[in-house]
Design a protein around this ligand. Structure first.
Ligand SMILES: *Cc1c(COP(=O)(O)O)cnc(C)c1O
Length: 397
């Protein structure tokens, strides 16, 4: 008799975005004449940068020529040209990582979900509440105990260290999805010190690092000691519009160790490489060439234009909420606005959709602390953002 992994039975019933998708479909079917504006899912709308497209076209042409055709990549960890480009990019914000500590991935979602494979079921996993749903779901699927650190108005919307709680694995995300909060160097240093003291490992999701415009850390490796306690997961999805193209990278420092029951230590890098070697065969050559172009001076300049475009949307949104006198956060180093909707989140979702045809994301979908809060993203077009803010104003003033 085939047996189910019981972890799957412990998952919450519906994945947030599937539920939202269902509600939108039903609304559109019933109201085909009322166009809706999607300010919900964190998907980008600006096209790939010209230099990225050019690099991918050139690489596609190489694949059609016998001499330059590429099959399986040897390591599946990424071509040297891209790993060197990522290492070079890190230097721009003062972080030294070596190319052989970098694993090219098909995105941050898969790696932040897959990484839990290499950690035993007896790890206690700490996730902030609210949080990006992948951290919780992937650990529940893996039968691990998940505990929560509050990321509420009281903590500045970023989780604060709780000294008497013992966690072995800690997921942090900055700039944060959904709250938009960004760790200061001091806050992040506290987490690094906590992890070192407890021999815990931080899994740091830096998917929005390119949106940081002040002096907040761009990488956890900007913090002293982080190489001994952290894995960083990053993505080109939001930085360079790769949500449909799929490419990211994960950094595992050589010093990072974990332990068996006898206290024997093991290299996390070696075990992750072993896991990837068994279950992953790499990212397409054409995509890796496109990703390489993102890190060229031209690529950084061109992708910056899209980020600036989104951040201008975020500024327009922030201005709207400020003028309405509504309690909100985000919109500064991140493309998210997280605001207090003063009623259960799903009720507000329905109200905004039914009365104003604007779709957002109910805060409660990211954790119980998110109830009464709501997330809007700055990833839409300028026109739609302005129109959506007009409608939000009508609803809330
Ligand atoms: C969008 C997002 C990612 C990126 O996921 P990909 O799989 O790389 O597209 C990762 N983490 C967070 C918090 C995100 O919002």
């Amino acid at each position: 008799m085939a047996k189910i992994n019981k972890g799957f039975l412990n998952l919450k019933e519906n994945y947030l975005f599937i539920e939202i998708g269902r509600k939108i479909r039903e609304y559109v079917e019933a109201n085909p004449d009322k166009p809706i504006i999607r300010m919900g899912i964190g998907d980008v709308t600006q096209p790939l940068a010209p230099c990225v497209v050019e690099a991918m076209q050139k690489a596609a042409a190489e694949m059609g020529v016998k001499e330059t055709f590429k099959g399986y990549e040897d390591s599946g960890r990424g071509y040297d040209f891209l790993r060197n480009a990522v290492a070079g990019y890190y230097k721009n914000f003062g972080v030294g990582v070596e190319a052989d500590e970098i694993f090219i991935s098909d995105g941050a979602k898969s790696d932040s979900g897959n990484i839990t494979d290499i950690f035993g079921e007896d790890n206690v996993v700490m996730v902030s509440d609210p949080a990006y749903p992948v951290y919780v779901d992937s650990n529940i699927m893996n039968n691990k105990q998940v505990i929560y650190a509050d990321a509420t108005e009281e903590t500045g919307f970023a989780p604060a260290v709780v000294k008497d709680i013992k966690a072995d694995l800690i997921y942090l995300c900055s700039p944060n999805n959904p709250t938009g909060a960004t760790f200061t160097k001091e806050q992040l240093t506290e987490w690094v010190n906590y992890a070192i003291t407890n021999k815990a490992i931080i899994i740091y999701d830096a998917a929005y690092e390119a949106f940081i415009s002040d002096d907040s850390p761009r990488s956890i490796f900007n913090i002293d000691g982080a190489r001994k306690c952290a894995i960083e997961i990053c993505s080109l999805s939001k930085t360079a519009g790769f949500t449909g193209t799929r490419c990211g990278y994960t950094v595992v420092p050589k010093e990072l160790e974990f332990y068996d029951d006898n206290g024997q230590s093991y290299s996390v890098l070696k075990i992750w490489a072993r896991r990837q070697g068994s279950k992953f065969n790499g990212v397409p050559y054409v995509i890796q060439r496109g990703a390489e172009a993102v890190f060229s001076p031209e690529g950084i300049r061109q992708t910056r234009e899209a980020i600036d475009y989104y951040m201008e949307n975020a500024r327009i949104m922030s201005e709207t909420f400020s003028k309405l006198g509504i309690n909100y956060t985000g919109g500064k180093n991140s493309p998210y606005i997280w605001f207090k909707c003063n009623m259960p989140s799903w009720e507000f979702f329905d109200k905004l959709l039914n009365e104003k045809q604007v779709v957002g994301t109910p805060g409660v979908g990211f954790g119980k602390n998110g109830d009464g809060w709501f997330r809007l993203t700055a990833f839409n077009t300028r026109e739609n953002t302005i129109e959506a803010m007009k409608r939000v104003k009508e609803l809330l003033q």
